[in-house]
Design a protein around this ligand. Structure first.
Ligand code: NA7
Length: 287
């Protein structure tokens, strides 16, 4: 079993660190802000307030931080992970960030001979807690194969996408599809409601047809109950839609649907729903 330094105890980090400990790894967690980790200490997770001490002697350094800014602060800034991780560690970034930031990380670690994978995850709070995430990883194949020891305990599937950066690229490709589905669900339910259809019947049809989707099932029923408690915060979906747009612009790929969804997300965030679940964008369409 390995020694894991796990950085970032947000929604995703709590579930991931718990599952790593449950799998038998020796997990030390660090977070910028002190957190109550009583439920994790029961599983053997150790809290370390000092980043340098958390990194010392780790076989793996893993983190799932909010955004590019967080990765810059924790990893790339002076005194960050790229400077202080042990040269023998394997570093795994599970955050959803710009592939260009991921490339900066890869270069910073390569300069010190440290092995690095970009390995963002699909799934949100429930999948993180259940060890059922879907990981998309880029980097050296040998490093990937070795890292399965710590990737499997947190995931249902682990996909090797090829060269470094391809995990970050795949994640944005997938997030385009997630945002499109939420926009489609919101528009469909609003249209159905205005047409006088029973929305439970509508979801019943959505659940069995050839356009069915777990997102329509899970989010659809929560929306009917007015439940927007965050599994994946709307403010993070705004971050992701902006990343998709920048990524697509660089490549000259048209994303008019994402552009429209971005408008919906912005209105929802401006309405004060950024801390709610990403599905809160549907409230804009229903208004
Ligand atoms: P959360 O629950 O918002 O957690 C974010 C984590 O990132 C949390 O540990 C934060 O620490 C940390 N963070 C955020 N900004 C910073 C900075 N500037 N410096 C240090 N640490 C920071 O997000 P999720 O767990 O839902 O999502 C994480 C990623 O997975 C994200 O990319 C999603 O798109 C997918 P804090 O507690 O605020 O000190």
């Amino acid at each position: 079993m390995s020694k894991v330094a796990y950085l970032g105890l947000g929604t995703m980090g709590r579930g991931m660190s718990a599952n790593l400990a449950t799998a038998g790894h020796e997990v030390t967690v660090w977070n910028r802000t002190p957190r109550d980790i009583a439920e994790l200490t029961d599983m053997g997770v150790r809290w370390e307030p000092d980043l340098g001490r958390a990194l010392a002697g780790a076989d793996y350094v893993m983190y799932c931080l909010s955004d590019d800014r967080a990765v810059r602060d924790v990893v790339l800034a002076a005194g960050g992970v790229a400077e202080r991780a042990d040269s023998g560690s394997v570093v795994i970034d599970l955050s959803t960030i710009d592939p260009e930031t991921s490339a900066e990380e890869a270069a910073a670690f390569a300069a010190r001979g440290i092995r690095f994978l970009d390995a963002p995850v699909f799934g949100s709070k429930g999948e993180a807690a259940a060890g059922g995430l879907w990981i998309v990883a880029g980097g050296d194949r040998t490093v990937f194969d070795q890292a399965l020891d710590v990737l499997k305990p947190i995931s249902e599937t682990v996909h090797y996408m090829g060269a470094g950066g391809n995990g970050a690229r795949m994640k944005l490709v997938g997030n385009l599809a997630v945002a499109a589905q939420l926009e489609a669900l919101g528009e469909s339910l609003t249209l159905a409601s205005k047409a006088g259809l029973d929305l439970r019947d509508v979801l019943g049809v959505f659940a069995v047809t050839d356009f069915r989707s777990p997102i329509f099932d899970g989010v659809g029923s929560a929306v009917l109950e007015g439940d927007y408690s965050p599994s994946f915060a709307l403010k993070l979906m705004l971050k992701d839609a902006l990343l998709v747009r920048t990524f697509a612009e660089r490549l000259g790929a048209p994303v008019p649907g994402t552009e429209a969804t971005l408008g919906t997300i912005r209105k929802a965030v401006d309405a004060g729903w950024g801390e709610e679940n990403a599905s809160a964008l549907i409230k804009v369409l229903a208004a």
